[in-house]
Design a protein around this ligand. Structure first.
Ligand SMILES: [Zn+2]
Length: 279
């Protein structure tokens, strides 16, 4: 009886935190930034995560998208790797939002985008942490984010330094591959157990540099999201990757066809919402 009275008082005084303890929902927005990446994750207990900023001219779109949602602060900003289509607008993100922590792989790159990012970090005094396999971040009681790559200090290709994120929400799992190539993918396969992934954010805009049969077999995704530009000059997504996704019976969502793609999860099921109608 005494416990019941205490529970009642807690519920009356702190209705939201108490509810958040039981049920935190999650939304993932793969923002249509053309031939680039920018993914926003929001949890109903108020955590905000931004993975990549899009390319050089995408800053305005990403900033206004987040501001329209009333966001002022980003708890975790992840710069997956220093290619311009991932960090090109980081300076705009730093100017528009208060950033708590930045995660990035330990790799330097001699471009103006990289220098601007490093300058923004030092100017803001934000905490910078290394994104590498094994690093875990808890977003809610039932939501955790774990980096499962990069697993090594040195790679030939910059793409293989990509911070790969495994997001777990109750029974649902998301695997966000950034631009990881087959070298990182094969390493990652040795590191993870056979496990069901519900939503796969396909590596490298659907390029045939990864997303092999072995990955699809081991993770068995139901849905795949490809962040890719309309009529891009690289011919992404590759026909071979699309063929493999089809062979594994995976439903594909593409930003070049559907615009921004939103996945909503309650920890038991996922639902998709797209900017443009699905044919
Ligand atoms: Zn890229």
């Amino acid at each position: 009886m005494r416990q019941l009275i205490i529970l009642f008082i807690v519920l009356v005084l702190f209705p939201q935190p108490a509810e958040a303890l039981w049920k935190t929902n999650l939304e993932m927005h793969v923002i249509d930034v053309g031939q680039a990446d920018s993914i926003y994750i929001e949890t109903s207990n108020g955590k905000h995560v931004l993975i990549d900023s899009g390319d050089e001219h995408d800053g305005h779109k990403v900033v206004s998208y987040l501001q329209k949602r009333g966001i002022h602060q980003i708890d975790y900003l992840i710069a997956t790797h220093p290619h311009h289509d991932h960090i090109g607008s980081m300076e705009d993100i730093f100017k528009a939002f208060e950033i708590e922590t930045v995660y990035m792989p330990d790799v330097k790159y001699h471009t103006t985008y990289y220098k601007k990012l490093m300058k923004s970090i030092s100017k803001s005094g934000v905490e910078r942490k290394e994104a590498k396999a094994g690093v875990k971040v808890k977003l809610a009681r039932n939501i955790s984010m774990e980096f499962i790559a990069p697993g090594k200090q040195h790679y030939k290709s910059l793409n293989d330094y990509s911070a790969v994120v495994r997001l777990e929400h109750g029974k649902k799992r998301f695997l966000l591959m950034a631009d990881a190539g087959i070298t990182s993918e094969n390493e990652l396969l040795k590191r993870i157990d056979q496990e069901k992934v519900d939503v796969l954010k396909v590596a490298h805009h659907g390029a045939n540099t990864g997303t092999g049969h072995a990955l699809l077999k081991k993770t068995d995704p139901d849905y795949a999201i490809i962040s890719v530009g309309r009529k891009n000059k690289y011919g992404y997504p590759s026909k071979d990757v699309l063929k493999r996704l089809k062979a594994h019976d995976i439903r594909v969502f593409r930003t070049d066809k559907l615009g921004t793609i939103i996945t909503k999860s309650d920890g038991k099921s996922v639902r998709f919402f797209t900017e443009f109608p699905q044919s």
